[in-house]
Structure formats: structure tokens, C-alpha cells
Design a protein around this ligand. Structure first.
Ligand code: ADP
Length: 380
């Protein structure tokens, strides 16, 4: 039987190429990973409002499968139902333009009569071609998932054909496909909710030990050689173990000492935090040697690192206010001002926590937060 969908598809239109910049922006971060992966979320936070039907349509129109995968994910996350016909055609021409798994997910996310019919049309033909090891599993998974959602029995019509189709395909287990599609659909739904919600970043203040915080990342007041040292730096390395130091040494070998105002990230090792962001504060020399700008840069670069890695929460110590001698009140002012500005301009972080040692620093931060109009929540 020849493919009955031959005349349905006009794509791909290879003349509409993407620029290198667009590939870096829209394709590379997304085509390999699920949209729920941390890295994708970080990228999506930045790009979410720029994703629209026009962009997804363009990505889906290309010959290369990578942009098409990104386009289908964007369509699913943003529920771009207007693209269901285009995506349906791509799926039905899996002999020409594979990467059908993501089309199945997009069609499942639309959950319209037409999108469900496309999944059925696909199975009607592609379950009869046992030599085409395409995305029949995802299509069955998607239909079964939709049956659960809609109280329908569509997948039952295909079970017999499915059994025959998978007879020579070890590892093609329907239960696995259904579980996988269900998990991904749940991720897509919660991601869409999360990204479309008006974002509010909670600033909070805590007196205590930063190494014990349950946040995605701790910021470390490091020294340029990233070698541990004293104060908060020593505490973080002690609690996080040698893995952090090994990564620090690798970074040092690659790029040399870290200049004041810069930030790099490593694993969190044994800490509860997944990541540690190491930043080097300025040494206080009276305030006329660029110290405020360098300290501001520590906060900005650390926040940017967390944001672009897709992290949701982070904790800062009072950078430079220990051994580096920065007056604590001035340091707290720089900290709060820069965090406030950043989160206003980059919505999406859930929480930024200031963690300080001692009553005096706690009261200073309270005062500064109040002065800058911030209702910071004290946290346990
Ligand atoms: P810097 O060299 O940048 O001055 P320090 O580590 O000497 O960094 O001190 C920075 C701030 O961190 C100081 O206010 C210090 O009291 C505080 N600090 C030290 N250890 C911890 C810790 N475990 N948790 C939270 N804050 C800490």
C-alpha cells in the first residue's frame, strides 16, 4: 500500500533558512531536551513572550528536523492550535519528515477533534507498515492519554493492529509509551502554567548558616583562585565536599583567576543546593576604587547565572562584608538594590534569599529592605 497522505504535505520549504543567531536562540537549546528540563526552562523564561504562532510555523516549515522539533514543542507549550493542520501533515508524512514523537505530543496537547483524528489517521496507515519503525508508540501513547482525559476509547480500536505491529519489535511496550507521553504532557502543562503566570519573586531574609539552605543555588563569596579560603567560602566547601573544589580547579585551569565582579557556577556537591555560584567580591579600599560597581556586578552576574541555568531559587551571603571589609550597611544596600532591579527585569525566579550571620547584619538588612520598599518575608 502506498502512503495515502502523499498529496497532503507541501512542506518542507527549504528556502526559508534560519540565521545562525536564530538557530542558537530557538533551536539548539530545545531540540535535544524535553521542555521540562531545567536548561530549557531557563531558556524559555527568557524567550517565552517572543514565542508565537508565526515563529513556530516557520520552524515547522523547515526541512531540518531540529527546528521542527523545537517548533512542535513551542506549539504544545503555548497551545498554538492554529498549527494543528501543519503539524498533522508532518506527522502523516513521517516517511518524509520524521521526528513524529513531538508532533504526537503537540496534537495530544491540542486535544481537538481534528488533532485526535490525525492520530487515528496516522495509526490507520502506519500500523500497517511494520517495516517503518517510526512513532507509532507515541501515537498510541497519545491516544491512550487522551482517552484517559476525555473518557473515550479510541486506542481500543488499534490494540489488535498494535500487537501485530510490535510482534518483531522487542522493547516496544505500550505501557512505557503511555507513561512517557503522560509524564511529558504533565510537564508541558505545568510548564505552560508556570511560564504564563505573572511572576513574583519573593525576597526573603534569614539569619543563619547559608550552607543549610534548601534552595536551588547558593552564592559563594569566593576568592579569585576559587580555592576555598575562609568565611562563607570555607563553610560551603566544607559542607559541599571535594567535588566543588575539583570543578573550581578545572575552571581555574581553563580561565585563570576569577576577577572581582565575575561569577561562575559548579555543582552543589553534598549540599542541599544543586549548584554553587562563585563570585568574587571587591576588597574594600575606601569606596573610591570601583567597589560599589564591582559588588553590583557580583549580584547581577550571579543572578544571571542562576536565571540562565533555569534555577528558581538562590541564597546570597553578604558578599565582601567579612574578610574583604566592605561596610555591611553599604554592602546590604548594593545587594538589595541589585536583586530588586534584576528580578523586576527578569521575571521567573521564585525566591532570592539573603542569609546573614548575626543580629547586627540581620537588622541592617531588615532596615535596608524596608527603606527600599521591599516586604521581605522572614523565613525559617
Ligand atoms: P568576603 O571575603 O567576601 O568578605 P566572608 O566569607 O569573609 O566573605 O564574609 C561574607 C559574609 O558572610 C560575612 O558577613 C560573614 O559574616 C558571612 N558568613 C560567613 N559564614 C557564613 C555562613 N556559613 N552563612 C552565612 N553567612 C556567613
Amino acid at each position: 500500500m502506498t502512503n495515502p497522505f502523499h498529496d497532503r504535505l507541501v512542506v518542507p520549504q527549504i528556502d526559508d533558512n534560519l540565521t545562525q543567531e536564530e538557530i542558537a536562540r530557538w533551536v539548539k537549546p530545545f531540540y535535544m531536551s524535553r521542555p521540562s528540563d531545567a536548561k530549557s526552562i531557563g531558556g524559555l523564561r527568557i524567550l517565552y513572550s517572543d514565542i508565537d504562532e508565526g515563529l513556530a510555523h516557520r520552524l515547522l516549515s523547515l526541512q531540518n528536523w531540529r527546528p521542527r522539533v523545537a517548533g512542535a514543542y513551542f506549539a504544545a507549550i503555548k497551545n498554538l492550535v492554529g498549527l494543528q493542520d501543519q503539524i498533522g501533515k508532518l506527522l502523516l508524512r513521517s516517511d518524509l519528515v520524521y521526528a513524529g514523537a513531538t508532533y504526537c505530543l503537540a496534537l495530544a496537547s491540542f486535544n481537538t477533534p481534528a488533532s485526535r483524528q490525525t492520530l487515528r489517521d496516522y495509526l490507520d496507515y502506519y500500523l500497517t507498515t511494520p517495516d517503518n519503525w517510526y512513532d507509532q508508540g507515541e501515537a498510541m501513547g497519545a491516544l491512550t492519554y487522551l482517552d484517559g482525559l476525555n473518557g473515550t476509547q479510541d486506542a481500543a480500536d488499534y490494540l489488535e493492529r498494535w500487537q501485530a505491529f510490535v510482534a518483531n519489535k522487542p522493547g516496544w511496550n505500550l505501557g512505557d509509551f503511555v507513561a512517557d507521553v503522560t509524564q511529558t504532557m504533565n510537564d508541558i502543562n505545568s510548564l505552560g502554567d508556570k511560564l504564563s503566570r505573572p511572576p513574583v519573586t519573593q525576597l526573603s531574609l534569614l539569619q543563619g548558616d547559608i550552607t543549610r539552605q534548601t534552595v536551588d543555588a547558593l552564592v559563594n563569596a569566593a576568592n579569585p583562585t576559587l580555592s576555598g579560603g575562609g568565611g562563607v567560602d570555607a563553610a560551603i566547601h566544607r559542607a559541599g565536599g571535594s567535588k566543588i573544589l575539583m570543578e573550581c580547579q578545572q575552571i581555574l585551569n581553563e580561565r585563570g583567576p576569577l576577577e572581582p565582579g565575575q561569577a561562575v557556577s559548579t555543582t552543589g556537591g553534598k549540599l542541599k543546593a544543586r549548584r554553587v555560584i562563585h563570585t568574587v567580591g571587591p576588597v574594600w579600599q575606601g569606596g573610591q576604587q570601583g567597589e560599589p560597581e564591582l559588588l553590583a556586578s557580583c549580584y547581577q552576574k550571579s543572578l544571571w547565572t542562576a536565571y540562565s541555568e533555569g534555577l528558581s531559587s538562590l541564597a546570597f551571603p553578604c558578599i565582601s562584608a567579612g574578610a574583604y571589609g566592605y561596610p555591611a550597611k553599604l554592602a546590604a544596600e548594593v545587594a538589595v538594590r541589585n536583586v530588586r532591579t534584576f528580578v523586576r527585569e527578569h521575571p521567573g525566579l521564585d525566591e532570592v534569599r539573603f542569609v546573614v550571620f548575626g543580629d547586627r547584619h540581620y537588622q541592617l538588612y531588615q532596615q535596608v529592605l524596608q527603606d527600599q520598599g521591599e516586604n521581605a518575608l522572614p523565613c525559617e
